[in-house]
Design a protein around this ligand. Structure first.
Ligand SMILES: [Zn+2]
Ligand SMILES: [Zn+2]
Length: 109
């Protein structure tokens, strides 16, 4: 499930009719900083929020319509940054975004 803040807002309003979009944004930002929710990069259009933070996965994004899927890449390789490439950062996570055209967009040409 990858919802835009607007989509989260319209769902939240079913239960809490008074809730503002700003409150939704603040709550999402808090959840992201606590690591409860992932902010998904690289999608066309609005940022998406992903409640699958507990499950290690990557994303497949359609560069035309922004369709977004969870994917679980295979293979033995792990990405490693040499000390030089870490620029002094402590690495806490890696996100990989596979980009391409979804079946609908491929058909549309
Ligand atoms: Zn598409
Ligand atoms: Zn996801």
């Amino acid at each position: 499930m990858h919802l835009t803040a607007e989509a989260v807002h319209s769902r939240a309003r079913e239960r809490l009719p008074e809730i503002s979009l700003a409150t939704v944004y603040n709550t999402l930002n808090e959840l992201v900083s606590m690591g409860q929710v992932l902010e998904v990069p690289g999608a066309a259009g609005a940022k998406r929020y992903d409640a699958n933070a507990h499950l290690t996965h990557q994303h497949l994004v359609c560069t035309r319509c922004g369709d977004l899927r969870d994917v679980f890449p295979g293979g033995e390789g792990t990405l490693v940054l040499s000390d030089e490439n870490q620029h002094g950062f402590q690495i806490t996570s890696v996100q990989i975004v596979f980009q391409g055209l979804c079946p609908d967009c491929r058909q549309a040409g």
